[in-house]
Design a protein. Structure first.
Length: 487
């Protein structure tokens, strides 16, 4: 058995307890001892004086379903050793043999080609165990994917959970999830509750309709008893900022009444999404083809434009093109929709419609979503786990993909002083491990798996910006997964 001792560091054990000086001893793939301990003579010693020794980070909201299999290093470079994928209704299973509709549905988020999809949770999780060498992969079953798979959704969900999926995710802002009646969600949440797993949701609305959206999800949890995790909690768009404190109060009150609800959030005020999300849900029925057909009819076109503008909590100057597929539109990347419209000499809504037609619906958008005060309140809230919610794009991704965890420890904790290091570490280790039923990870304790991230608290940080996002973090010094040194 190989022994590795990380000596003389500051131990931040994941529980939220105050940091303590000491050493950590790993034996093979697990932690043998921690604290002021005797180091066996045969142990390899790694000097960690001046460094923080923490559990490997858990990204409990990731869209790297496909990229974890390719061993992309963006997350590992931040100290992440476990990822929960299958979020927001998008999972890579269960897929039926004709996967065209699934690819059209999910490629904007999963950044895949035309060659992916697994018939069952067991197949995907097995592929992940065999191929993913940098992180441990857990996956939710995505409700959108279940809808496209055809057969009985409850039975398919049941099978997914039995085969090791850690819960169910919904994406109620996107078709097909958006069109699903409450009763179906209730039936599915009952299945989740019966298995003791978690239900995570990208709710119907995060801006002007935030409170109703939260109420609906709380009602599901009340009726079914399932554990509820609100995904990327925020009040998006300046017109909705005042709703956030009210929304948090509702979550707190529900908890007092026995609902097991919590949420995740990412440490940035700007978000990234797809351009179609600005449109009224009904206009997207039948996918991009349905939309383009509707837009070809002048009356419909005016109606959709009016509905879009009145429902928006953002100003057009707060929305930026992040990625587009065609060569001709590359010059728009980084430009606000307000400016795109001005350059084209048309109304912003018209510019959106034209862009969607030119790109067959596939345009990614960066949006100024949150105020600093709201972001701080959400990150510091006892119910929040902190996540990347990162996804790959062909073009310029959101900097959270490269830097969420390092930015949390450097920018948010050290520079802004919003959170203590032990609190921040808790929100990316033990807290998500508990929520998602991830056993023997997320904590530095004897008998736990030896997933360990060592960073320099003075230099940890992310230089990734919205303009130049593809930069690796600084200050992550050593990363071990199952006792194996990966960084
Ligand atoms: Zn989402």
């Amino acid at each position: 058995m190989t022994w590795t001792a990380l000596t003389g560091g500051t131990l931040v054990d994941g529980t939220g307890a105050a940091p303590a000086q000491g050493s950590l001893l790993m034996e093979g793939d697990h932690i043998a001892a921690i604290g002021v301990i005797e180091i066996p003579a045969a142990a390899r010693q790694v000097d960690c004086i001046g460094l923080v020794v923490a559990p490997g980070f858990i990204d409990s909201h990731s869209h790297s379903d496909l990229q974890v299999l390719e061993n992309r290093r963006e997350k590992l470079a931040q100290g992440v050793t476990t990822e929960v994928v299958g979020n927001c209704g998008f999972s890579v299973f269960p897929a039926r043999s004709d996967r065209t509709a699934l690819h059209e549905f999910a490629n904007g988020i999963l950044c895949g080609g035309d060659d992916w999809g697994w018939p069952s949770a067991a197949d995907y999780l097995c592929a992940a165990r065999e191929s993913a060498r940098l992180v441990t992969v857990h996956s939710l079953a995505g409700h959108g994917t279940l809808c496209l798979a055809g057969a009985s959704r409850e039975r398919m969900l049941e099978a997914c959970l039995e085969e090791g999926a850690c819960g169910l995710s919904t994406g109620l802002m996107y078709a097909p999830g958006a069109n699903v009646p409450f009763e179906e969600l209730e039936r599915l949440c009952r299945v989740v509750a019966r298995h003791g797993k978690i239900y995570t949701t990208h709710m119907r609305d995060y801006s002007l309709g935030l409170l109703d959206a939260i109420e609906e999800q709380l009602e599901l949890a009340r009726r079914t008893g399932c554990r509820l995790q609100i995904s990327h909690f925020q009040a998006a768009g300046a017109r909705s900022w005042e709703l956030q404190p009210v929304a948090l109060e509702r979550l707190e009150r529900a908890r007092e009444q026995g609902v097991d609800v919590a949420f995740d959030c990412y440490p940035y005020t700007r978000g990234s999404t797809v351009l179609t999300q600005l449109l009224p849900q009904a206009s997207l029925e039948g996918g991009i083809h349905g939309l383009l057909e509707r837009l070809a009819r002048p009356v419909e076109r005016r109606r959709i434009a009016a509905e879009m503008s009145s429902g928006m909590a953002h100003g057009w100057g707060d929305l930026f093109v992040a990625a587009a597929g065609t060569e001709a539109n590359q010059r728009l990347v980084g430009m606000s929709l307000k400016r795109v419209a001005a350059e084209r000499g048309c109304e912003p809504a018209e510019a959106v419609f034209d862009l969607l037609a030119e790109e067959q619906g596939r345009v990614n958008v960066l949006e100024i979503n949150q105020s600093d005060g709201n972001l701080r309140q959400a990150l510091a809230h006892p119910l929040s786990s902190i996540v990347s919610d990162g996804f790959y794009v062909r073009g310029r991704p959101h900097p959270r993909l490269y830097g969420a965890f390092a930015h949390l420890l450097g920018g948010v904790c050290r520079e802004w002083g919003w959170l203590t290091i032990e609190k921040a570490v808790h929100k990316i280790t033990e807290q998500p491990a508990r929520r998602f039923g991830i056993e023997r990870r997320g904590r530095l304790a004897a008998g736990y798996i030896a997933d360990v991230t060592v960073f320099d608290p003075a230099t940890v940080g992310s230089p990734a910006t919205y303009e130049n996002p593809c930069l690796p973090p600084t200050g992550i010094r050593h990363v071990y997964r199952e006792g194996v040194k990966l960084i």
